[in-house]
Design a protein around this ligand. Sequence first.
Ligand code: PXP
Length: 256
Amino acid sequence: MTKRIRLGVNIDHVATIRNARGGEHPDPVRAAQLAAHAGADGITTHLREDRRHISDDDLNNLEKGITLPLNLEMAATEEMLEIALQHRPHAVCLVPEKREEQTTEGGLDAAGQINTLKPIVEKLTAASIRVSLFIEPDETQIKAAKALNVPVIELHTGHYANSVNEELASELIRIEQAAKLAKSLNIEVHAGHGLTYENVMPIAALDEIAELNIGHFLIGEAIFIGLEASIKRMRYLMDAARAEDKLDFLVKHIPL
Ligand code: PXP
């Protein structure tokens, strides 16, 4: 029997819409509560150094307002470390961050930054926070993650999401091989970035992957079909990808 794959819903872009006008609407905490109701297994949020989507207040409110595990994405900086140690979320995913980028553009260079990352990983781990590194599906990065002793990695699926045809196929193979290598090293594998209804199934079908973190597409789709339906449909496609008899699953569990 294949293990159920978890869905972490990233609510950052609810805050992006709110910030376009200031004020309090739409509220990321309400979105997180709805996500829980719709079948999310966790809530993910990225407190960026420029606070372009969620704010420090949002983080406080999320901490109080949700019961699902919180996965805090953050840059490996002293400021963020201090915030994480104060909040003690269930998990921290260390990501690279550039002010001028539109979104996280690639994985963390764990191999090139072992000495900088080591004390940060150690302090988070000592505070019982599950540390994950957002990295490219690349052997060198996975071995660096192992050397850093993190229990989890999140594989960057952005290149896969932006590819077509042969490139798409080879990106998928790259992700599969990376996931197998990480699992063989006893590292839990997550994946995310750029996932949509169209491209999620081949990734969700990889048994080695325990969790997907998805945000932008779900919030965008919510404009058309509502947040609950948008998440439920993603959940359905992820479960269908894992089902042994896909046709039987698809017929029995038609979503909203
Ligand atoms: N995982 C990580 C580490 C990310 O930085 C992001 C984007 O914030 C996501 C997953 C979600 O990506 P998307 O919003 O494209 O679904």
